[in-house]
Design a protein around this ligand. Structure first.
Ligand code: RIB
Ligand code: CA
Length: 385
């Protein structure tokens, strides 16, 4: 994503953040129904934004083996590894799945305002755990990811769900390109965030950590969000048994998944981890395919963007979370009175705690539990069939 020359990246963000925030505040206050697959339709239109990445590769293969999905585009972004690896890795996956009909459009090389921090230590230098596949022959489309996302959303207003399984830079760029995007999009299902501690810092989950400014723009965009965070994806560790089932599959998809699994499990063990790799991103795809596998609660979620230690932390505000539980009649009063409070004011600051939102309106459906065996039954069956 490259802002026009007259703008620095920071100016671009400030301008677009404000524009997105103001233009979609109404979206937050009149909170629409959260995304669910359009069960009535034969297929649900999705765009998958991704930073392949071992678990992204599994999620892309799962999505391409799922007849319920009409994948309108795949939009790689820099994250686990730089874009010059995530882009060809995405192209490799569409070739392996025999789905070169799906347009792949290159997205952002860097976060909106920060330097790129990758997770090559976890995903291997090539992003696929070290599993080597031939160079892809398929080329990406010329259109940049942000433009393609906006064009598809305009073509199918109210029908397209964004499934985001990497940093949110492309989505933030698309929101800045077209101020009507949030109104055109049916919903967004993200692998991202955590209400129970991070994985790259104690506070932040990797996807939001890489680009907190983009994360905040997305949570404040007014798009109905389903957040599939570490709270549930920590329970999706790939095992030797899963590898055996994939190995026994005859298809190119099953064999490719087995090869990535073998390399990723060995790489994870070589780092001294006793469990993992986790199938974080496949759980986000599954949350769209079959939400009944997870349990959700409504939260107002915002993103820390200033923290010296906590940038990228997703904070969930709910009148019923933790020790806030009350008797039913008191609960209703609490919900109507609850404000979203910011950090304690400095001496130069406001007299009282700053109020980020003067009333509690949920902007996200957060996954708080899952049935791991149902998840893996679906994932492994679809990859190895
Ligand atoms: O924190 C997990 C997320 O970060 C997953 O999307 C994984 O692919 C990495 O991008
Ligand atoms: Ca990812």
């Amino acid at each position: 994503m490259s802002p026009s020359n007259s703008f620095t990246r920071r100016q671009f963000v400030n301008t677009s953040t404000a524009a997105v925030f103001v233009s979609n505040l109404a979206g937050i206050l009149s909170f629409p129904q959260l995304p669910a697959r359009n069960g009535a339709a034969a297929q649900s239109r999705v765009i998958i934004d991704t930073d392949p990445g071992v678990d992204d590769a599994f999620a892309l293969l799962l999505a391409m083996r799922s007849p319920e999905l009409k994948i309108e585009a795949i939009t790689p972004v820099a994250g686990n590894v730089p874009l010059d690896l995530t882009l060809p890795n995405a192209l490799r996956m569409v070739e392996i799945a025999g789905r070169t009909d799906i347009p792949v459009a290159a997205g952002a090389k860097t976060p909106l305002t920060r330097r790129l921090v990758t997770a090559a230590y976890a995903h291997g230098e090539n992003g696929l755990g070290g599993a080597v596949f031939p160079e892809p022959k398929t080329k990406p489309v010329d259109e940049p990811a942000a433009e393609l996302i906006c064009r598809i959303a305009r073509k199918y207003p109210g029908e397209v769900t964004l499934i985001t399984i990497g940093p949110l830079t492309n989505i933030a760029a698309a929101l800045a390109v077209d101020s009507n995007l949030a109104g055109n999009i049916r919903g967004l299902v993200m692998m991202g965030g955590s209400l129970s501690g991070g994985n790259i810092t104690p506070a932040a989950e990797f996807n939001i950590y890489v680009d907190p400014e983009a994360g905040r723009m997305v949570f404040q965009s007014g798009i109905p969000i389903t957040m599939v965070g570490l709270d549930v994806t920590r329970k999706t560790t790939l095992t030797e048994e899963h590898f055996k089932q994939l190995s026994s599959g005859k298809s190119a998809v099953s064999q490719a998944a087995a090869k990535i699994a073998r390399n990723a499990i060995d790489h994870t063990r070589s780092l001294g981890f006793l469990v993992g790799p986790n199938m974080h991103d496949s759980l986000a795809v599954t949350a769209f395919l079959d939400p009944s596998i997870l349990t959700f609660e409504n939260y107002y979620v915002d993103v820390e963007v200033k923290g010296e230690l906590t940038a990228g932390q997703t904070l969930g505000y709910s009148p019923t979370s933790g020790d806030l539980r009350r008797t039913p009649e008191k609960q209703k009063q609490a919900e109507s009175r609850m404000v979203v409070r910011g950090s304690a004011p400095t001496l130069a600051g406001t007299k009282d705690s700053p109020v980020i939102r003067d009333r509690w309106v949920p902007n996200a459906r957060v996954a708080v539990n899952l049935d791991s065996s149902r998840f893996f039954d679906l994932l492994i069956a679809r990859l190895s069939s």
